[in-house]
Design a protein around this ligand. Sequence first.
Ligand code: PEP
Ligand code: MN
Length: 341
Amino acid sequence: MIVVMRQQCTVDQLDGVRHRLGELGLQDRVIRSNERTLLAVDDVGEAVDWSVIKQDPAVEMLVPTVGSQLVSPLAHTRPAQHIRLGSTDAVVGSSRVAVIAGPCSVEDECVLLKTAAAVKQSGAVGLRGGAFKPRTNPYSFRGLGERALKLLAKAKAETGLAIVTEVMSNEQVDVVAAYADVLQVGTRNMHNFSLLSAVGQSQKTVLLKRGWSATLDELLLAAEYIVTEGNPNVILCERGIRTFESHVRNTLPLATVPAVKQCSPLPIIVDPSQGTGVRSYVPAMCCAAIAAGADGLLIEVHPQPESAVTDADQTIGFQAFADLMQRLAGVAQAVGRTLSS
Ligand code: PEP
Ligand code: MN
């Protein structure tokens, strides 16, 4: 159960309600979400007489915890969140569509700096690039680690682009947070609850990717793990799910975008690179994502896409990216938005 406190409730009133919960044998946790204070009360598996809590003048309402709460409009007084990308001016969740682009992995200084300059020139607001790469095959390239983070910081110093990069374990949170503006939690870690709590405890914006076999409710509940640790800055990312279809690497369900808009204040971006796995499909799905109302895009770009060390098949080149950005500006305009740059 979630106990939603009135906005004006005092510390003494909050303590009083917590004391009464204790008398009922219930454990609670204080959650501060936007302007409200909530008490998350553990389910004890037995019938509880909630009347004394419900009647307390400091309590606004009780909400059964059957699904996502904090990331649903219910517990929020603001209808939507505009999330700033770290120390940059870039925002995700406004009328401007934010494009984050760059190589799948940080390979070397030259590729990264060239790519950063090119995507910036075409209007991207963020630079992506994996330093710690989750690989199915342990013998594949697994990223340059902290050396890559330093190169990302250099690219940010040169271009002003916000840095988005993946964190794969609790132990990596501090080092990645020291260099990045946005901590990416990848599809394979969407259900890593300990990592979700750890990124929730950091002050950094989190880009939470949908697990490739997770439902939308599971994605929202994963976001809830982050938000309930006191970090409301979560950007959701649809990156495709596994299906029986074999002409694409993943199936990209764009209905996730309007669905999230209907049930959550969190912004949602789309990753058509992982979402298709096919370079020639990426532009069309970027257009479709913006038409569907996405707040941004994550796109893999490389100076020689065919020879990118990771995810070459789905990576596009500089000219293709520049052309795509022109097209996207038109699509954004057609649905009442603009491309931010
Ligand atoms: C990536 O962005 O390169 C990546 C590994 O993403 P995902 O976790 O969606 O597979
Ligand atoms: Mn990739």
